[in-house]
Structure formats: C-alpha cells, structure tokens
Design a protein around this ligand. Structure first.
Ligand code: NAD
Length: 336
C-alpha cells in the first residue's frame, strides 16, 4: 500500500507538534517545518526542516518528494496580550499573509492533492459577540465581515486565498476555524500564551489563599477545546468530502473568572481573583457545532474539566521545574 505523505507547517508549535504525532500514528511519512524546533520536543516527524516559510525558495525546497497533503498551521500568533493590543498588527498581518501565499503557491505547483488551513474563531464579526451570554458564531455569520483584530482579518483573507486556489486550480482545500485550543505542550509563558495556559501558570505560581490577576472584568466568556479533540476533528475534516470552513471548538462556554475558579479547584487552592485592565477581545465567544456535527458527526467527547486537569498538571510541573532546573528534562518528556 502506498504510504501517505504530509507536510505540517508550524510543526514546531503547539497544534502542529501534536498533529505530526497523530499523522505518524496513522502511518504517514511526515515532514515538519517551522522557524524553530519544537519547544517541548513534541514531534515524531520523519524529517524536520527549520526554515522560514516567508521565504518562497524554502517553501519550494520542501517538495523534493511527492507530497499528498499539506497542513498549514504556521502563523505569527499568540494570546490576547500579543494579538489584541494593536502593537503587533503589522508584523502579524505581514508574516502570516506571506506564509499563506507561499504555502498555497508551492503546494499548487508541486501538485499537492489536499491542503488543510487553520483559520480561527477570530474571523467572526464583533457585532455578534457583544453579549457574553449569547454570542453568535455560526459559520454563515462571518459576513458582513467585522473581525475585532487584524489577526482575524488576515485569517479571513487567507481563507479566501485557499478557497480561490481550490476554485481555480486542481487542489482540494479544507478549512477549520479553531476556537481556543489548549493542552500540554502549549505556550505557557513569555507573552504569547493563551488564556487557559496563562491562568494555569498564575494559579500554579500562587500560594494557597493568594491572588491572581485576570484581565478585564472576567465576565467575558469563551469555550476551550482540548488538543486531542482538535486533532481528531482536523483529521475527520481532511478525510471527508466537506471542505468547510467549519468551527472546530467546544460549546462548553464559561466566563474567564469561572475558568480561574475551575483551575483553582483543580489545584486545590483558595485563590482571590483581582480583575485588572488589559486586552480582552470580544465580550463573548463560543463554538457553534451544528455544522460539524451534521457534516462530520463530530463533537468533543470530554468535558473541559478533564483537559484542564491534564493541562494544569503539566504547567504546574513546568513552573516547579523552572524554580528547580534539575527537574526540567522530566517535564519536557511528558506526553499527552
Ligand atoms: P503556535 O504559535 O504554537 O504555532 C505556530 C507555529 O508557526 C510556531 O511554532 C511558529 O514558530 C511557526 N511560525 C511562525 N512564523 C513562521 C515562519 N515564518 N516560518 C515557519 N514557521 C513559522 O500556535 P498554535 O496554537 O499551534 O496554532 C496553530 C495554528 O492554529 C495557527 O495558524 C493559529 O493561528 C491557529 N489557531 C490556533 C488557535 C489556538 O487556540 N491555539 C485558535 C485559532 C487558530
């Protein structure tokens, strides 16, 4: 039987690293590519290229053997502190758009059959996400477009880019709109971490009866999807005839303050929440899973609490290892 071959762009990152491992477990030959090595050593790629996808020659050089599938997850991204202050808008748009233009063109010229593009819930219009208890994020509400960040506008542009390639060329496209993916081996410090990891780190660092800071009034709502569920949905989408764009997220919505309370309970600590000014994004957001359940028969199989417990334990070990560097290797090897 012919071995399937895939390139995972962004394999040095969180979701890309997990996706490589999933494809390997399915028998694929996988080439990972990223501007950096996987921070946690979380990739079993057959070949890993450290290179800049903004460089078109680099993109071309990845196809020195026939590749059937490309998974395009590389992007200049981070949490609210990176994407929603406005300070990084130009680099985010420039870097991610260049990567997407290059990956689309190199994939086409090298006769890739199918390409997955990781879009985001950030494409949805701000005007439908003003009520924290009742956000509207069905796939068909994306237009008239009004994302609340330049990151979201770039994702929308690139959705259209890949769909245009499908329309005009012989390449099949699948688009997933991720909603807050979290789990072990995700960025948990340094300014690019997203809210579940940031809250886990703050709670892990806090003393019992201590205090943690949460940006905004904490009443803004979100939902969070555990990494293995995300990878399962991506694979189902790739295997199906349905191209999307489709939400890949959870419908278990809660406020950020409630998320912090949940993490504190996992940690067995009593924690006071101090709400402080900071970048928060839209007031409410959650995945709407009607379309994905209808087309792919998929829904998350585990509650938030389970994934959050795994994530907290992993981040707590990292926090402890940072305090005591002799434990560090022990933590980096921890798999999901
Ligand atoms: P991540 O930051 O961990 O991974 C992205 C990777 O892209 C990084 O390893 C980074 O080094 C790499 N990259 C950036 N610029 C590059 C370049 N010029 N050349 C090569 N590699 C480059 O992020 P992630 O959470 O794994 O997200 C993966 C994808 O999913 C991204 O496209 C992101 O926008 C999208 N997404 C993620 C979430 C989420 O909650 N994690 C939500 C919505 C969308």
């Amino acid at each position: 039987m012919e071995v399937k071959t895939a390139i995972v762009c962004g394999a040095g990152g969180f979701i890309g690293g997990h996706l490589v491992n999933r494809l390997k477990s399915e028998g694929y030959w996988v080439r990972g590519v990223d501007i950096k090595e996987n921070e946690y050593g979380n990739t079993n790629a057959d070949d890993f290229v450290v290179g800049d996808l903004r460089d078109y020659q680099l993109c071309q050089s990845l196809f020195d053997r026939p590749i059937t599938e490309v998974y395009q997850l590389a992007a200049d991204m981070g949490g609210a502190g990176y994407l929603f202050t406005g300070d990084n808008d130009a680099v985010v748009m420039h870097n991610s758009a260049l990567i997407n233009l290059n990956v689309a063109e190199a994939s086409r010229l090298n006769k890739v059959k199918k390409i997955f593009y990781s879009s985001s819930a950030c494409v949805y219009p701000e005007y439908n996400q003003m009520d924290p208890q009742n956000p509207k994020c069905t796939e068909d509400t994306v237009y008239p477009a009004a994302p609340d960040s330049e990151y979201g506008w770039e994702k929308l542009f690139s959705e259209r880019l890949f769909l245009s390639f499908q329309k005009n060329y012989d390449i099949s496209v699948r688009i997933g709109r991720f909603h807050n993916i979290f789990g072990p081996q995700g960025t948990w410090q340094g300014g690019k971490e997203k809210v579940p990891a940031a809250v886990c780190r703050k709670v892990a660092e806090a003393e019992d009866n201590g205090e943690i800071e949460i940006w905004g009034d904490g009443l803004q709502t979100r939902s969070f999807l555990y990494i293995t569920e995300c990878v399962e949905a991506v694979r189902r989408l790739m295997e199906s005839d349905f191209m999307g764009p489709v939400n890949i997220g959870s419908e278990e919505m809660l406020s950020i303050n409630d998320l912090a309370i949940m993490v504190a309970e996992i940690a067995g600590k009593t924690i006071r929440i101090k709400n402080i000014p900071g970048p928060v994004g839209v007031r409410g957001r959650t995945s709407d899973n009607h379309l994905i359940s209808q087309k792919l028969n998929w829904a998350p199989s585990r509650p938030l609490l389970e994934g959050l417990t795994q994530t907290y334990q992993w981040i707590e070990k990292n926090v402890n290892a940072t305090r005591n560097p002799s434990n560090e290797n022990q933590v980096l090897d921890t798999a999901v």
